[in-house]
Design a protein around this ligand. Structure first.
Ligand SMILES: C[S@@+](CC[C@H](N)C(=O)[O-])C[C@H]1O[C@@H](n2cnc3c(N)ncnc32)[C@H](O)[C@@H]1O
Length: 283
């Protein structure tokens, strides 16, 4: 009879006190909050990594993260593991329509300098900023005005994939096949590769939204997309991130959150603007 080693399927034990130390450390660095009820989730996500590094307990892994000079590099790995990166092209289409048909024309009508800066904060594998670029291309906006789209995420792993621009069919579940066929080329391994003219419209960079100093280096932006990102933060870190966004936006600039997210109880600085297609926040 062959014998199987099942040990890899078993997660390392995560005692409650070590869980709290670990989740507080992650929180202080990212704003991501793992409530007590999410202990198993954190255990499941980090256990394979701790085992891979040959730690026999979470406590030893935690000490390494606290005291070892290689801890910063290890946190980069942790960010890849603890973040939720679910995304797809043309997500929340009413909001995207509002962006191209109402927000962009509004900005253009007020702007004296014709450069518009759009930031996709928490862009995951790039579907959001590339959707923005395709919509602007379809609307002919690039021909008329200078637009800079930059996209950032805390996870290295997703940024590598975003820059590569190769997607599986599931990323197109909300995409009109005609748009997919126009902007992507089918590859033999049933992937679709984005065309360079759209890929080159977006610049990607690593940025932790919780890092106030680095966020403040971004300069002013006209529109911030931060959709389905702060949903994983607690209220205190949501407030901090939102206040940073406020400081980055030009007067009259727009903040677009995911539909499950709102500024109620978080900020009174923005006004809620009712557009034909959606409701958005404006500075
Ligand atoms: C669910 S995805 C949302 C992707 C896209 N915005 C959308 O709506 O489809 C959330 C992304 O936020 C990123 N994220 C989480 N915490 C972050 C932080 N502190 N700084 C920057 N990005 C963060 C994650 O790595 C992940 O890629």
């Amino acid at each position: 009879m062959p014998s199987f080693d099942f040990s890899l399927n078993h997660h390392l034990d995560l005692p409650d006190d070590v869980f709290r130390l670990l989740r507080d450390t992650i929180y202080r660095r990212t704003g991501l909050w793992f409530a007590d009820s999410s202990k198993y989730l954190l255990q499941k996500r980090l256990s394979p990594r701790a085992r891979e590094l040959n730690f026999e307990s979470f406590q030893k892994y935690y000490y390494f993260l606290q005291y070892d000079p290689r801890a910063d590099a290890e946190f980069d790995e942790i960010y890849d593991l603890v973040t939720t990166k679910e995304t797809y092209f043309f997500r929340e289409p009413a909001q995207l329509t509002a962006f191209v048909e109402e927000i962009i024309p509004d900005i253009l009508s007020h702007k004296t300098v014709r450069k518009i800066r759009v930031w996709s904060a928490g862009c995951a594998t790039g579907e959001e900023p590339y959707s923005i670029a395709m919509l602007l291309q379809e609307a002919g906006v690039f021909e008329r005005s200078a637009i800079e789209i930059f996209a950032s995420d805390i996870s290295n792993d997703v940024l590598v994939r975003a820059r590569r621009g190769q997607y599986r069919e599931t990323a197109f579940r909300m995409t009109d096949p005609a748009i997919r066929d126009k902007y992507f080329t089918r590859e033999p391994d049933s992937c679709w590769r984005i065309h360079d003219d759209i890929r080159n419209r977006v610049s990607f960079g690593r940025l932790n939204l919780y890092d106030q100093a680095r966020v403040s280096l971004l300069g002013n932006v006209d529109v911030i997309f931060c959709r389905n990102v702060i949903i994983y933060f607690d209220d205190a870190s949501k407030r901090m991130v939102i206040s940073n966004f406020y400081n980055r936006l030009v007067h009259g600039g727009y903040l677009l959150l995911g539909h499950a997210e709102s500024l109620i109880t978080l900020s009174t600085q923005f006004k809620l603007k009712h557009l034909k297609n959606d409701m958005v926040y404006q500075k």
